[in-house]
Design a protein around this ligand. Structure first.
Ligand code: NDP
Length: 311
């Protein structure tokens, strides 16, 4: 069993910045890295909007830097995942995948969010054989091939633009008659000859003998002129948003209808004394690395006060 004053769960910008702030405040935490060390940002390439990097920075380099900075101030990082929690009594208890128990006075939940899938049985069938939710992770396999990206938001436009740099052709499958993405992202897509947008179109299945060879599509579902057709593709990328990784904490913290942890006002307080939530797991709106980093800093400052008040 491991005992600590402060436990940080998650290794994205919120988790690492909590580590940096808590470490500098004299409460170096134990940080559980989770299933995706460095968090969601590691699935992207260049980060252009994190202040301090006028020429942009490689996303993995940015996360490595945050990790080193947290370690510099004493944060101890464990490569493991949390499988169970008990916040009913002090000290709060958390169990890891290997059965180890951790007891901690204060906890910062910074578990982020994960990509959503459409829920088609074929997505599971072809997972890793043509289905992906991360263009920057898997795009390399589709050089000079044909791919489809589902979604009409910023992520979908970003992924389509990235894939267009590798593939011969990118179809953007958008269920509405318009894109939801920001203007600049829309323009990048609209001005790219390799990208063709299929508006008012839904993917309803995939086909292929050895991996994805095509997608079954339906245009104008339930309307006049509804049409089903097959489109040959080599890769099928999902970019339809994310869901918060809050399941482990549901018995203890309040969440909204989408599962985002509800905190008190603009603070990271969850309502359980000494338990805080920071970053995308508690942010359905902004979902930006810089916002998550700031939330991690706030959570660490709150945790520091809580720990000192209860010593
Ligand atoms: P969004 O929620 O903004 O967009 C999701 C898209 O997927 C929408 O077009 C939505 O369609 C579509 N969609 C959702 N469910 C389905 C479904 N079941 N079938 C078909 N289509 C579906 O998510 P994003 O991940 O794009 O963006 C999340 C946040 O992150 C946003 O605030 C965004 O601005 C930000 N972001 C910013 C970036 C940047 O600035 N560089 C890059 C990436 C993200 P519909 O419109 O019909 O609901």
């Amino acid at each position: 069993m491991i005992q600590t004053k402060l436990l940080v769960i998650g290794s994205g910008p919120a988790g690492y910045s909590a580590g940096i702030y808590a470490g500098r405040a004299g409460i170096p935490p134990l940080l559980i890295e989770g299933i995706q060390p460095g968090g969601q940002l590691t699935t992207t390439t260049e980060v252009e909007n994190f202040p301090g990097f006028p020429d942009g920075i490689d996303a993995n380099e940015l996360m490595d830097n945050m990790r080193k900075q947290a370690e510099r101030f004493g944060t101890r990082i464990l490569s493991n995942i949390v499988t169970k929690t008990d916040f009913s009594t002090q000290p709060y208890r958390v169990w890891l995948d290997d059965g180890q128990e951790i007891q901690s006075k204060a906890i910062i939940i910074a578990t982020g969010a994960s990509a959503k899938y459409l829920g088609l049985p074929d997505e599971q069938k072809y997972m890793g054989q043509g289905v992906s939710a991360c263009a920057t992770c898997d795009g390399f396999f589709y050089r000079k091939k044909v791919v489809a990206v589902v979604g009409g938001g910023d992520t979908a436009c970003e992924e389509a633009t990235y894939l267009a740099g590798l593939a011969n052709k990118v179809y953007l499958v958008v269920r509405k008659p318009f894109l939801r993405a920001s203007r600049i992202m829309q323009e990048r897509v609209l001005n790219n000859d390799k990208i063709e947008i299929l508006f008012e179109t839904n993917a309803i299945g995939l086909y292929g003998e050895n991996g994805v060879e095509g997608v079954h599509l339906i245009h104008k579902k339930g309307e006049d002129g509804e049409r089903e057709y097959d489109l040959p593709i080599d890769g099928f990328f999902l970019a339809i948003g994310h869901h918060p990784n809050s399941e482990l904490f549901l018995p203890w913290v309040k969440t909204d209808e989408q599962g985002y942890i509800i905190t008190e006002g603009d603070s990271p307080r969850t309502g359980i004394p000494g338990v805080y939530a920071a970053g995308d797991v508690a942010d359905s709106h902004y979902r930006q690395a810089i916002v998550a980093a700031a939330a991690g800093a706030k959570a660490a400052m709150e945790a520091e006060k809580y720990i000192k008040d209860h010593e």
